[in-house]
Design a protein around this ligand. Sequence first.
Ligand code: ADP
Ligand code: MG
Length: 320
Amino acid sequence: MIQFNNVSKQFPDGTYAVKSFDAVIKKGEFFVIIGPSGSGKTTTLKMINRLIELSDGTISINDQKISEYDIHELRWNIGYVLQQIALFPNMNIEENIAVVPELKKWSRDKIKQRVDELLEMVGLEPETYRERKPHELSGGQQQRIGVIRALAADPEMILMDEPFSALDPITKEKLQDDMLDLQRRIKKTIVFVTHDIQEALKLGDRICIMNNGEIVQIGTPDDILHRPANDFVKEFVGAQEGIMNEKMNLEDIIQQTECVQVNSSETVPVSTSLHDILHKLKQHDQIFAERDGEIIGVITRQGFIQYLANRVQKRGRENE
Ligand code: ADP
Ligand code: MG
């Protein structure tokens, strides 16, 4: 359990990054913090493992103030995953995963066993991946290693700061699915920062929406969607939800190539939403679009990612 009591952070230059933050994160809970850039999410997260000292208030973990813990013990017992895939480039995958177990002076055998177990847990064959260097893995695979590295020494809680935001939408969805599956099995206390409302609604047991360093609302995904505390929440959820619920714009997304049938494909009506297309593209490299029973084009993963990126950009400009 992580308890925030009236926590504030003012940086030396006068910036109030977090103001009177009050919350209790329950044991085993998936707690998502979301808000616009600069709203105080990272500062809140880093205060938990004392990467940033509080200016005011207290944070307690299992009823003991974090200031009373030995700082190394505290950090080793809290896994930490960052947005930038922060693997050590010169160390192989096994060594990267083993950093904290090494610090804790686990035996060789125990470490090797743990590394194998973790790699298997995220679907990476230990024999194939143990000795590879990070650059020999895809972005999505590297971020999987980032996640299991945080789990390596079996910490009670994990802090994750926008861990999937640098990934393309399909890889991102896969890692989110992994994360849900993982959480069902390991039941850690997870504090997960994101600026992506889809991600928050999908992963969070509860969601904490921040703006200007303050909590605007804490609630379940259902609360946030159906009982928004104010217009800020309504707009924040609405603006981001909008894009994925749009019907796709066929002219932009479909490639008018000869439609060669391949093994792994599916056909969807032209009126399918982007959200549903994304789900289909997790299983198939491409899908066919049909109108009135006739196939009129193909949607590839690459084409879809490109389309989505353009839409988000265009929307950003419209909102400026
Ligand atoms: P978020 O993660 O939500 O984007 P941050 O917690 O990183 O927000 O930052 C919150 C606010 O604090 C921002 O206004 C940011 O500019 C400011 N800030 C963050 N770190 C520092 C620092 N070391 N010194 C001064 N201001 C900072
Ligand atoms: Mg941040």
